[in-house]
Design a protein around this ligand. Structure first.
Ligand code: SAM
Length: 287
């Protein structure tokens, strides 16, 4: 269908962005959420879940690079990585860029998101779906972490929707307790934690929850243009100290060894180190 209509993001009842739609590609009500994928005149193809902008071809690199490269390079030797959500495959692709990753398990609750992203947003995941190290499971992340073995992952990346609806279980005590159990002794978890200028409760409340099970809790920021409201925060919870203060030179060396250096458009060793310096309006929500 070719239209010159607009799609308004409905994440906030009284404020939001809109996109001029040049072509609607998919509109599906799955068992979990409303999924819309369309071609915009400004940001390439866009996916919306339950009215919230999830990803655009034009700026997805910002979020995917920061959600993936920061934890894996801070850890330094993550071999087994668990990805929860991330149905578009963008995080999977970037995790698999790391040469030292041996296994990337991705648990996405909605198979329709994977199907539609493969069909209409193939560039996001590239050929990550076919990587022999990838294990893609359609299932609920909270069930997966409940059943996973102790100490079976070095890093967990939670790229979920916000804690309303199907994503809510990924922001609970039970979820974080199981994540702490299945992570190795120097393991860490990062998760999409909203835009604190508009969603401060999400950052504050989930940071307090993580603090119950992890000694080192903070957040780091990324400027994602279509997550409106200023900095996007990525929640950080680690079992060991010092992972957020790795010197820039060491980050650079690790990125070079991992095959990441020179492949990014937002992440750099300096941006990585600087992202943990939170402005006071965000720092105030840290436990
Ligand atoms: N990077 C974009 C962002 O942060 O907005 C895209 C996020 S990604 C599309 C969010 C994914 O989380 C969705 O595909 C959704 O189906 C998935 N999700 C939500 N709740 C989940 C759960 N309990 N277990 C696994 N996946 C879940």
């Amino acid at each position: 269908m070719t239209t010159d209509s607009w799609i308004n993001e409905s994440l906030y009842p009284d404020w939001g962005q809109r996109f001029l739609v040049t072509r609607e590609l998919a509109r599906v009500k799955s068992d979990f959420q409303d999924i819309v994928i369309f071609e915009s005149s400004s940001h390439g193809r866009v996916m919306v879940l339950d009215g919230a902008i999830q990803i655009t071809e034009r700026d997805e690199f910002v979020y995917q690079e920061m959600l993936t490269h920061v934890p894996l390079l801070a850890h330094g030797s993550a071999a087994n990585v668990l990805i929860i959500g991330a149905g578009d495959g963008g995080v999977l692709r970037r995790v698999l860029q790391h040469k030292n990753v041996k296994r990337a398990v991705m648990v996405e609750i909605d198979g329709e998101v994977i199907r539609l992203c493969k069909k209409f947003l193939p560039g996001i995941a590239g050929d990550a779906w076919n990587d022999p190290r990838a294990d893609v499971i359609v299932g609920d992340g909270i069930d997966y972490v409940k059943r996973a073995q102790d100490g079976s992952f070095d890093a967990i990346v939670v790229d979920s929707t916000d804690p309303i609806g199907v994503g809510e279980v990924l922001f609970t005590d039970e979820f974080y307790q199981n994540c702490a159990r299945i992570l190795t002794a120097n393991g860490l978890i990062v998760n999409q934690c909203g835009v604190p200028f508009m969603q401060a409760d999400e950052l504050r409340e989930t940071s307090l929850r993580r603090k119950q099970f992890f000694p080192y809790v903070t957040a780091y920021v990324a400027a994602v243009p279509t997550y409106v409201g200023g900095f996007m925060t990525l929640g950080w919870a680690a079992k060991s100290a010092g992972l957020t203060t790795v010197p820039v030179a060491e980050i650079r060396a690790r990125a070079d060894a991992a095959g990441i250096l020179g492949t990014t458009r937002y992440w750099t060793p300096e941006i990585h180190a600087g992202a943990f310096n939170l402005p006071p309006y965000i720092e105030m929500h840290m436990p």
